[in-house]
Design a binder for this molecule. Structure first.
Ligand code: DOR
Ligand code: ZN
Length: 350
């Protein structure tokens, strides 16, 4: 039987939600991952360090006791964010990063940033203390085609921001285009990107061909095949600027299967199985560890995990749940549309 032993992975972009959904989804992340950058787009959002500490407590209370897991908390950037609070939270180790959502770009982004000039003082402070900014990189201008919003964001917002503040460490979250990959590769320092599991696997046909499939809808929306191939090449290259951020984003099924469905794909359960398959198909299993366990900590200035995990390749496909049941209703699990043969040894949801 083929096996692969690597350092325990981390997830550098994760939605855990709150309440019944948090309870149901968290064990699937803590079974496999040592740490995760936890997104702050709750309702209401996690804006202050005290909000983040309270949310952290709720996460720790929902965590299976036997899993060692460290949530890395983030703050939701608003035009009223207090730079002193941000700096104190980072220096005390309570928060790891700040998340920039352009207002209206995605789920619960209404309190995000409309005018980037208004957050310049906070960003300057972050640049001064080496605190990373995680960016949802899409413009919200309704005249820009939704498939072009990432590329236009790079030109209109990201490049000018990096010229103004070259010392600011930026993570372009969930890059979905060749343009994004090339842009990240053009930067020598202070810029990296997360790539999701699903964007390595689906292109936009998954959402639209043969009927509308809401469980493949997320933001940024999956693009055409040439972009997916660029993402796969970046992920499997070993390049230190690219690392895993699943963007696992659970929504209850009725909120996705309706006339105006929410964006988000729930991949926390089968991400490692999917990724092992992708890397095997690309003949890059020797670079899986860089993507899931090394490049992220390097960019964030954190030590890599010491613990090792083993992935086992089974001859017959493994079974995994098609849905997760929460007290509020079911959540559909990402279906990669190919059989999964890899499994994490001792993968057990406690
Ligand atoms: O698909 C997405 N879902 N993209 C995001 O940016 C937000 C996320 C969510 O919170 O559901
Ligand atoms: Zn996200």
């Amino acid at each position: 039987m083929k096996t692969l032993t690597i350092r325990r992975p981390d997830d550098w972009h994760l939605h855990l939600r709150d309440g019944a959904v948090l309870e149901a989804v968290l064990p699937h992340t803590t079974a496999d991952f040592a740490r995760a950058i936890v997104m702050p787009n709750l309702v209401p959002p996690v804006v202050t360090v005290s909000d983040a500490l309270a949310y952290r407590e709720r996460i720790m209370a929902a965590k299976p006791e036997t899993d060692a897991f460290t949530p890395l908390m983030t703050l939701y950037l608003t035009e009223n964010t207090d730079a002193d609070d941000v700096e104190a939270g980072f220096r005390d180790g309570h928060v790891a990063a700040v998340k920039l959502y352009p207002a209206g770009a995605t789920t619960n982004s209404q309190s995000g940033v409309r005018d980037i000039a208004k957050v310049q003082p906070v960003l300057e402070r972050m640049a001064g203390i080496g605190m990373p900014l995680c960016v949802h990189g899409e413009v919200t201008d309704p005249s820009i085609d939704i498939f072009d919003r990432e590329a236009v964001f790079i030109e209109r917002v990201l490049q000018p921001l990096r010229e103004r503040l070259p010392e600011l460490k930026i993570v372009m979250e969930h890059v979905t285009t060749r343009n994004g990959v090339d842009y990240v590769k053009s930067a020598e320092r202070n810029l990296a990107a997360t790539l999701t599991t699903h964007h390595l696997i689906i292109n936009r046909n998954a959402i639209l061909a043969g009927g509308i499939r809401p469980h493949y809808y997320c933001l940024p929306v999956a693009k055409r095949e040439e972009h997916r191939l660029a993402l796969r090449a970046a992920a499997t290259s070993g390049d230190r600027r690219f690392f895993l951020g699943t963007d696992s984003a659970p929504h209850l099924d009725p909120l996705k299967e309706c006339a105006c469905g929410c964006a988000g794909i729930f991949t926390a359960i089968n991400t490692m199985a999917c990724l092992a398959q992708v890397f095997e198909d690309e003949e890059a299993l020797d670079r899986l560890e860089a993507f899931t366990s090394l490049n992220g900590p390097t960019f964030y200035g954190l030590p890599a995990n010491e613990e090792r995990i083993t992935l086992v390749r089974h001859a017959t496909p493994i079974a995994y749940p098609k849905s997760v049941y929460t007290a509020d209703g079911p959540i559909t699990v990402f279906n990669p549309m190919f059989p999964l043969h890899w499994e994490m040894e001792d993968h057990a949801v406690g």
